[in-house]
Design a protein around this ligand. Structure first.
Ligand code: ZN
Length: 247
């Protein structure tokens, strides 16, 4: 039995003598693994088409353990990402996020649209990356993914005692999964100091209008959030993202 599906390659690894296994994020099946036979041989035509940063149409044959790639057509191509270190690092960071956070065979169209949007934006960054680099883009995108997956930091009241928050003294604790009041922070809660304005910003990313926050923050760095996001990821994943140090 054969079928087709579209998806993005997240990761590839050698298998057997000349095959490769591809972890692919598909629109219909979520994250899954496909086997491509013979693609490590020099003459393989399929190999060239199995590229990162393109939405690929896969033609597949049902296999016992993994479905087998019979053919590939390239759809939307984000290959501009591969032309600069900053863009490439950001692109691989997004792929790793999806790979680490999503379980197998759980379709999530919102996350699928999220990554297409993210790759499209990175691909449009100017070649002069220093000039065009948007400092908050990656943290915003990461937070948005956490929102889709139900891991968003708790903002409504103190994550520990559920008391009201004093906007002049706020601490974000990744251990508690959200904001702490001053008392809880002083009673041994770890936290990164953040401002009331940062909280409003975090609320806007959580809302339906999250894409507006990208444009609004184009020229404004938020050091607390730049520190906070990797801490949240480290805590959730219980280890560092491999691509974190490159972005
Ligand atoms: Zn508290």
């Amino acid at each position: 039995m054969t079928y087709s599906t579209s998806g993005l390659i997240l990761r590839a690894r050698p298998y057997g003598e000349s095959d490769r296994l591809f972890t692919v994020f598909t629109r219909e099946q979520g994250k899954t693994t496909f086997l491509a036979r013979g693609v490590r041989k020099a003459k393989s035509k399929l190999s060239r088409k199995l590229a990162f940063f393109a939405e690929l149409d896969f033609f597949l044959a049902k296999g016992r353990r993994w479905d087998i790639v019979a053919g590939v057509e390239t759809g939307s191509n984000y290959s501009g990402i591969l032309e600069g270190f900053g863009r490439m690092s950001a692109g691989f960071y997004f792929l790793e996020l999806v790979d680490r956070f999503l379980g197998e065979h759980v379709a999530d169209p919102r996350v699928y649209e999220w990554i297409l949007f993210g790759l499209g934006e990175i691909g449009s960054w100017e070649k002069n990356e220093k000039k065009n680099h948007h400092p908050m883009f990656i943290p915003i995108m990461t937070l948005r993914l956490l929102a889709y997956l139900g891991y968003y930091p708790h903002l409504e009241d103190c994550a520990r005692c559920h008391g009201r928050l004093d906007l002049s003294a706020l601490f974000m604790s990744y251990l508690d999964g959200g904001v702490l009041c001053r008392d809880c922070q002083q009673r041994g809660g770890e936290g990164i100091k953040i401002s009331g304005d940062d909280i409003l910003f975090l609320e806007s990313i959580k809302s339906e209008l999250w894409q507006d926050s990208i444009e609004e923050s184009k020229n404004k760095r938020r050091p607390s959030l730049l520190e906070l996001v990797p801490s949240f990821l480290r805590f959730r994943l219980e280890q560092e993202m491999k691509t974190q140090k490159f972005i």
